[in-house]
Every structure is written in C-alpha cells, then in structure tokens.
Design a protein around this ligand. Structure first.
Ligand code: SF4
Ligand code: SF4
Length: 450
C-alpha cells in the first residue's frame, strides 16, 4: 500500500483502502452455465416469494412498493448510476456498525451486501472453506456469479471486524475491490474501547473525504443525523403497531421494509414507510388483521434472516403463528436506536454517531452478551410474545455460543424456547416444520383455559 493511501487525523493514522498485494483470481472458470442457472433460480425464487407474500390475506397495499425495491432493483440501479455521475460514491457495507450518517454526509451511498441466496453458496465453496456460515458464502457467491448488481456499482466496500467470517471476508474482497476496514472493539463497556471506536469513526470520515474528494461539512452531518433519526422514528412507529393483539403486518413484510432501507433512496423510503404505517394504523382501527387475533405470538432471535432466505419465517407463519418481533441486525436492530446529540458541533456529532453504532448494539461479536438477553426479555414482554425461536445459521459460532445463557435465563422464567439450527437449503424444511408445529401446539396448551 503506497503512502498516498494513508489517512491521518491528529495522532491517528491508517491506510485508506486495503487491496491485496498477492491478489487471487476469484472468478471461477466456465461459470457461464452456472450463472445462467442460478440467475434463473433467483428469478423463480423471487416469483415464488412474491406469490407467497401476496397471498397473505389483508396484506397492506403499500407493501407493493417494498416488493418492487427488493424484487426488482432496476430503478435504484439507474438512480445510483446517475448519482455516481454527479460525484457520489457507492459503498458496499456489511453488518450494522458502519455509521451511515457519516457516509450520507460525505456524499457516499451505502448498500448492504450481506447475502441470503442459497444458490450462491456452492460457487463460494470453490474458493472458501465449506465450514463458514451461509451468510458469508452467499455474499461472496453473489459476487462471483454476478447476482447482486450493487457490487458492480461499489467504489469500495467497508467491512467491520465483527465475527471471524466477516474479518476474513474483508481480505477476500480485497482481491477484487478496495476495502476499508472498521476495527470494531471486542467490548463496548470500557472508556478505552469507546475512544478507540470514536477514533475509527474519525478515520472513516477522513477515508471517505479522500474517496469522494469532498470535505464532510457540519451542516451535511447534521442533516444526515436528523434524517437517520426520522428513519428510526418511522421504524419505531411500525414496531409500535406490532404490539397490538391483532397483527396487521407479518415479519416477512417487516424485514422487506427494513432491508429495503439498506438500498433505497432515504427520502422515498421514509415517505413510503410512513404511508405504510398510516395504512396499517387504519387497518388496526378497523380490525383488519393478517392473522386471527389468537394466533400464537413468537419472538425471533439469533442469526440474521437475510432476504431472500425467509425459510424459518415461512414455516412459522404458514403454520398459523405470528412472529411479532425480532432482535436481529437484519431487522429491528438496524434502525432501533436514534443518534443522541448533546451539541451540534462537528466533533460532538461524530462522537454521537459513533456511540449510536456500537453502544446499544447487541451483536454477539461483542464479548458480553447480557445486554442481548435484556433486549430479548424486553421484546418478549412488550410484544406480548408467548414463545421464542432461537435461529442459528449453521457454523455461526457467536450466536451458537450465546444460546446457553439465553436458554438458562428464559428457562428460569418459564418462557418456551425452541432452537433451530439450519442452513439456507430447503432440505431440512420438513424436519423444522415438525418441530415448530409441536412448539406452537405447546404454546397453545399453556394458555389459561377460558
Ligand atoms: S449479527 Fe453482528 S456480526 Fe453477524 S451479521 Fe449481524 S451485525 Fe454482523
Ligand atoms: S454473525 Fe454469524 S451469520 Fe453473521 S456473518 Fe458472522 S458467522 Fe455469519
């Protein structure tokens, strides 16, 4: 890495990008037929998904907008290409720790690249070990097979050093794209960790300034923070609705709304989400629900549920249960906490944004998992859940290792809990269905007799 790529901020210094000095060619030979086959599979899968989602009785009409964002990317791709011509940069991201407010304020547009497509896994296994979680294999596979059109638009990718799989994914991507790394501390509790992360965030400002060639202004940052907080309020408004005894939106649609926010134009997403909330509030007032009021209420926790891998939700919701909330980085967590700014100086705002990114974050990549248990219990109570499904993607060690303490605490409280360890493939659908069915029955038998 040449000196020119270094960025400094006071005593802090880091390389702006990291590109592999020993690049490996990750393109697979003779992949054309495989590309075609997987592209066709993705089209079939999208079609089957949409059919399933649209078959839900009383589904909100505004959801069609979010369907279009998630299932056809054409409009957004055109917009991003136009923005790039105006000097904006598109940045691929993973996880939820990269402060998006900084990116928006620096004329950079984040698009999340986490992967949930099963057919992309096999090509990734040609170049990665098999014993890695499907989310990471799918993220790389979609690049190899050209299945994710956002990759091509990315000027750089920012990878936070969260779990081991993500850390090493950064070095894999550095073979074909410039990578910025944000070094996430292992704990959030100490002042030193907090200061270190603040330093990482300040360096991110410098890196983005170097990439876009524009200074990050105080005014742009203030505007980006206020916009981000409006998004948080819109998501909280949607969450509020799900506390009601009658469900007017299911978790699959909720995830479409959240995950579309990771690609879509911010203003349009805000407008559509508020329109959706208004429609759902009206449905609630008129008692128009998507499931009977007595449907068993389940809280989903654990590994991310990344579009289009909605297998566990399809099983749960097709069996008549409703997933009333989740604590996942692919859902509720993404926009759960607002940025709290004490004064609107630039440095204070950068600090506030840095704090918002990790202090309330319950990702198990941090050493202590007690806050996650507190969040699970809080969500269980406030959303009046009757049972918890703990979702572990196979080989996702951090969630698997946190199962034991969660199991102990919820067991002591007499809360029903079911652990499901699964892959993206449909092979285990029958077996999971049987277990979820028994779990739902058990929840029903625990209800007080009228
Ligand atoms: S749980 Fe944490 S490490 Fe895993 S994908 Fe989400 S934010 Fe990233
Ligand atoms: S947290 Fe788990 S699912 Fe997410 S990238 Fe890491 S190993 Fe994969």
């Amino acid at each position: 890495v040449s000196e020119a790529t270094k960025v400094t901020d006071g005593s802090l210094e880091d390389e702006c990008f990291f590109c592999s000095r020993y690049p490996v060619d990750f393109r697979l030979k003779e992949t054309e037929h495989l590309k075609k086959e997987t592209q066709q599979n993705l089209i079939k899968l999208k079609y089957a998904h949409l059919k399933r989602l649209r078959a839900v009785k009383n589904r909100a009409k505004t959801m069609e907008y979010f369907d279009s964002v998630m299932y056809t990317h054409d409009q957004r791709i055109k917009e991003l290409m136009a923005l790039k011509k105006q000097g904006f940069k598109v940045i691929g991201t993973f996880c939820i720790m990269i402060p998006e407010e900084i990116m928006f304020a620096a004329n950079a547009i984040p698009v999340r690249l986490c992967g949930g497509f099963y057919d992309a896994i096999y090509p990734a296994e040609e170049v990665l070990p098999k014993n890695i979680c499907p989310a990471v294999k799918s993220a790389l596979g979609t690049y190899i097979l050209d299945l994710n059109p956002f990759y091509k638009l990315c000027d750089a990718v920012i990878v936070p050093t969260t779990c081991d799989a993500k850390k090493k994914l950064a070095s894999v991507i550095a073979n074909f794209m410039p990578v910025m790394v944000m070094d996430v501390p292992n704990t959030r509790e100490s002042i030193q960790a907090s200061e270190y992360w603040y330093g990482q965030t300040r360096l991110l400002v410098k890196k983005l300034e170097q990439l876009t060639g524009k200074g990050l202004s105080r005014r742009n940052l203030e505007r980006a923070i206020k916009r981000q907080n409006e998004r948080t309020s819109a998501l909280r408004r949607l969450l509020e609705l799900r506390k009601a005894p009658l469900q007017v939106v299911n978790e699959r649609d909720f995830l479409l709304v959240v995950q579309s926010a990771q690609y879509d134009d911010v203003d349009r997403w805000l407008q559509k989400t508020n329109e959706l909330c208004a429609e759902l509030e009206n449905n609630l007032k008129n008692k128009v629900g998507i499931a009977p009021q007595d449907a068993p209420r389940i809280l989903l926790t654990g590994s991310p549920v990344l579009w289009p891998n909605f297998k566990v939700l399809n099983i749960m919701e097709d069996l008549g249960a409703v997933c009333v909330a989740d604590d996942s980085c692919s859902g509720t967590q993404y926009l759960y906490n607002p940025v709290e700014v004490s004064d609107w100086s630039k440095n204070s705002m950068i600090r506030a944004v840095a704090e918002r990114a990790i202090l309330p974050c319950i990702c198990p990549c941090f050493t202590h998992g007690d806050d996650r248990i507190d969040r699970i219990l809080e969500l269980y109570d406030t959303f009046k859940a009757e049972g918890i499904i703990y979702h572990v993607l196979r080989l996702c060690q951090i969630f698997d290792m946190e199962f034991l303490p969660v199991d102990k605490v919820v067991n002591d409280k007499g809360i029903p809990l079911l652990k499901i360890e699964t892959e993206y493939s449909e092979e285990d659908t029958g077996q999971i269905k049987t277990r979820v069915e028994a779990f739902i029955e058990m929840i029903k038998t625990r209800r007080p007799r009228r």
